[in-house]
Design a protein around this ligand. Sequence first.
Ligand code: ACO
Length: 427
Amino acid sequence: MPSDTLTIVDNRTGREYSLPIVDGAIRATDLNKISAAEGDGGLLSYDPAYLNTSSCRSAITYIDGDVGILRYRGYPIEQVAEQASFLETAYLLLEGELPDAAQLETWEEDIRFHTYVHTNVTKFLEGFRYDAHPMGMLLGAVGALSTFYPDAKDISDPENRYLQRVRLIAKIPTIAAFAFRHSRGLPYIFPRNDLSYIGNFVNMTFEIGGRHEPNPVLQRALEILLILHADHEQNCSTSAVRSVGSSHVDPFSAVSAGIAALYGPLHGGANEAVLKMLDEIGDVKNVPSYIEGVKSGKGRLMGFGHRVYKSYDPRAKLIKTVADEVFEQTGLNPKLEIALELERIALEDDYFVSRRLYPNVDFYSGLIYQAMGYPTDYFTVLFALGRLPGWIAQWEEMLNDKEQKISRPRQTYVGHGERDYVPMSGR
Ligand code: ACO
C-alpha cells in the first residue's frame, strides 16, 4: 500500500477504501466511491463555510496562519510592502513574476491610457441619492461597466482578458473617487495622467479648485495599505469572484460580486466597524468594561480574530509602523490611544489568548484612513482598490485551471420528505 494514501473503513458495510493523498489533500469526489446502499450517491464531506475544504490549486498567495506568514508569489509581504509599488505588486500577482523595468513601464503606460470612464458613467453616478454609501455606488458602477465593454464577454481570449484587467485596474480608482466626491456634492475630478497611480487617485479624491498639495508620506502610506490588501488567497470576496466567474460571466460582473462580498461587516466592513466601536468606547477608562462586555457575549471586538491567522496578522504588524509615520504627519488621533489599550488588554486576557484572537489588518487601517481624510464609509472602497489585483489574478488562474468547472456546492438535505400540497382553506 503506498504511504501517500488514506485508508478508510466504512463501518456501515465493513468495506475498506484507499484514497490517494496529493499535496496534503484527498479529493472530495473520491469519497463518492464510499457507498452504503445502491443509489445513495456516495459519501459527501459536510463543510459549512469551507472551514477545511481546498477549492482550488493556487500559485498566487501563500499563508501560514499559525505563524503569521503571508507571501505573494513566494515574496514575503514585508519585502513587497517595503520595496514595491502598488502597480508592481499587481503585475507580480497577475503575471507571476516581478516585472523588469521595461515590463513595468509598459504596464504603467497601459493602465494610464485607460483611466478615463465613459461620460455616461458620471451620469448614472449622479443618479444616486446624495447620501448613497460609496461602496454601494462602486458595486453598481463596476457591474454596469460590463454594459460599456461587451467585448469583455469573450473570456476565452488571453489578449482580451489582458485588456479587461487593465480597464478594471485603471478605471476603478476613477469610479471610486467619483463616489467619494458624490456624497460631498463636489464635482468629479478627471484623471491626470501626469501623476502616479496613487497620486492620481488621491488627487481625484481631494483636489478642490484645481489645487491639492500632495503629501508623499501619506501617499506612500496609502500605497502600502493597498499592497497589504492586494491578495489574501481564498477569502470571502475572492471566492465570490471565482465562484461567479466560474459561470464564465465577464470580469466586470465577477469583480462586482467580489465588491458585494467585501461590503459585509465581517469582511471589508470591519475597519469601519472598528472606528464605530472606538467611538462607542469613547474613552480609555471604558476599555476594561467594554472587554468584559465582549467576553460575556455582547458583540465582538471588531478588528480582532481571523479565519486563518491564529497568531498576529503580519499585515497588522506592518500597519502599526505605517500608523506611526502617518500620525507623525497628521497629529495623534485620540482613538489610537483607545485602540492601543484595547490591544494591550486583549493580548493579555485569557478569553482572547485561548481563542488565538489577535488584531487583524483592519484594527489599525481605519484609524490611518481617517487621519488621511477619508470618512469611515469609504474605508471598504479603499480595501476594494487594494484587493482588485488579487481578484483578477485569482479569476485568471481559475479560468486557466483545466480542473475547474462552474462552481456548484452540494448540500445535505434535512427538510421534509414528500408531502401533499395543502390548499389555502386547509391551512
Ligand atoms: N471578538 C470576540 N470574540 C471573538 C471574535 C472577536 N472579534 N472573533 C471570534 N471570537 C470568538 C467567537 O465568539 C468564538 O468563541 P466560542 O468558541 O466561545 O464560540 C471563537 O472566537 C471562534 O470564532 P469564530 O466565529 O468561529 O471564528 P471565525 O473564524 O468563523 O471568524 C472572524 C473569523 C469573522 C474574522 C471573527 O473573528 C470576527 O467576527 N472578527 C471581528 C470582525 C473582523 O474583524 N473582521 C475582519 C476580518 S479580516 C478581513 O476581512 C480583512
